[in-house]
Design a protein around this ligand. Structure first.
Ligand SMILES: Cc1cc2nc3c(=O)[nH]c(=O)nc-3n(C[C@H](O)[C@H](O)[C@H](O)COP(=O)(O)O)c2cc1C
Length: 380
């Protein structure tokens, strides 16, 4: 594969911009070795923590499929149905840090030129928890990790000081990032949750704490659908369900919106795009908005657990695209469409009349006019 697929991202050289995201495809050394053999430019390990982890008594991930003719959405397997999304309520790695460390070293020894990112997670409610972040960071970097991805986005944590609960609190984001920065000798990526109002605020907090890049998105909060016959959630344990995370094709446009918000607000910063990528055109969307790398989970899970065919087609698709468009490197098209994402009022109106987003200057956003057709017309 041509060297021009290579990218520099947060000071690291990647063979290609395609990474396996932190998830089951990267839950073991054997998977990660297979992933590198298959051609992935980097991997983010399944999140490593220090607290005990016990998963639910039942399946942790299922896939929702749509039937083209009827529009039926269900987790039940049936012929002719197309993948809509993955739904999971899996916690972080249930293997302790001591299980991971020798494996990180072995992976790095076998593949010194591939990028191994350690995803790490601890709490934030006490100095001891902040020290846990530092213990994880120093141990993983000593074992050979090339970078950290701080999991500030796991949607399944009841603890108020962990996972996406950190990612919803700008102060905690800065505090945790800063704690890791104090000991880090390698770049820090902060993986943010999509379940906040303005992800730019959380990104600014991470950069203020010393992050080198933002990874976005983790899965979107969601519930499984109810089976209309049994009146049970399609995924449940003893009839009970909890909020889980949606990934795969369904979240591609939503994750792109998050990336659009981030890269237009912070055009000089580094971003790793995640969400719904299975083919090169999906990845291209993220790059055109300004991402320097992209990550894949759901599509890889469905392709021999680590996505050998997915990475083959991503690399071939990118090489073919670059040949066809005469690009010599990803940098030549990274961010090309970022400035095309603009406020609604900047989109041309058919009759060329001025429109300023429904503000007073136009004379029809005043209180007494609420409910008139003109005011209604200004709503989205
Ligand atoms: C079963 C499963 C487990 C996951 N575990 C983690 C995890 O441990 N840490 C993490 O940061 N993200 C985790 N994720 C989120 C993925 O890394 C990724 O952000 C998300 O699935 C969106 O990408 P996709 O659309 O390619 O699936 C997990 C996702 C799935 C489906």
């Amino acid at each position: 594969m041509p060297a021009r697929l290579a990218v520099d991202f947060t000071g690291l050289r990647f063979d290609n911009p395609f990474l396996l995201a932190s998830a089951p495809p990267t839950e073991s050394d054997s998977n990660i070795m297979r992933a590198f053999d298959a051609g992935w430019g980097g991997v983010v390990t399944k999140t490593i923590g220090l607290h005990p982890v016990v998963n639910v008594a039942g399946p942790k991930t299922k896939f929702l499929r749509a039937t083209p003719e009827s529009g039926q959405l269900s987790m039940q397997k049936r012929t002719g149905a197309a993948l809509h999304s993955s739904w999971n309520w899996e916690l972080i790695s249930d293997k302790p840090m001591d299980w991971w460390l020798p494996k990180l070293a072995r992976i790095k020894k076998a593949h010194p030129d591939r990028i191994l990112v350690a995803s790490i997670m601890a709490g934030s409610g006490s100095d001891r928890e902040l020290q846990n972040w530092q213990t994880l960071a120093t141990s993983c970097q000593d074992a050979g990790a090339d970078a950290f991805e701080l999991n500030l986005s796991c949607p399944h944590m009841d603890r108020e000081d962990m996972g996406s609960n950190i990612g919803k609190n700008q102060k905690l984001i800065s505090t945790v990032t800063q704690a890791v920065k104090e000991v880090a000798k390698v770049p820090i990526w902060a993986k943010l949750t999509p379940s906040t109002t303005d992800v730019v605020l959380e990104a600014r907090a991470a950069f203020a704490g010393g992050a080198d890049a933002i990874s976005s998105s983790n899965t979107f909060p969601s519930l499984p659908l109810v089976d209309p016959e049994s009146l049970e959630f399609e995924m449940n344990v003893d009839g009970l369900v909890s909020y889980g995370g949606l990934g795969g094709p369904a979240i591609l446009p939503q994750s792109l919106a998050k990336i659009g918000q981030l890269t237009t607000a912070l055009p000089d910063k580094s971003f790793s795009g995640i969400g719904g990528i299975a083919e090169f055109p999906h990845a291209l969307n993220y790059v055109l908005l300004g991402c320097g790398t992209v990550q894949v989970c759901t599509a890889a899970m469905l392709d021999h657990a680590i996505g050998p065919n997915v990475i083959k087609s991503l690399k071939a698709g990118m090489a073919e695209f670059m040949d066809r468009k005469h690009y010599g490197s990803l940098e030549q098209f990274r961010g090309l469409l970022r400035d095309r994402v603009v406020p609604h009022s900047q989109i041309r109106r058919p009759d060329e009349k001025d429109y300023r987003g429904g503000y007073d200057t136009e004379g029809y956003a005043k209180g007494e006019q609420v409910g008139t057709s003109k005011t209604v017309g200004t709503r989205d």
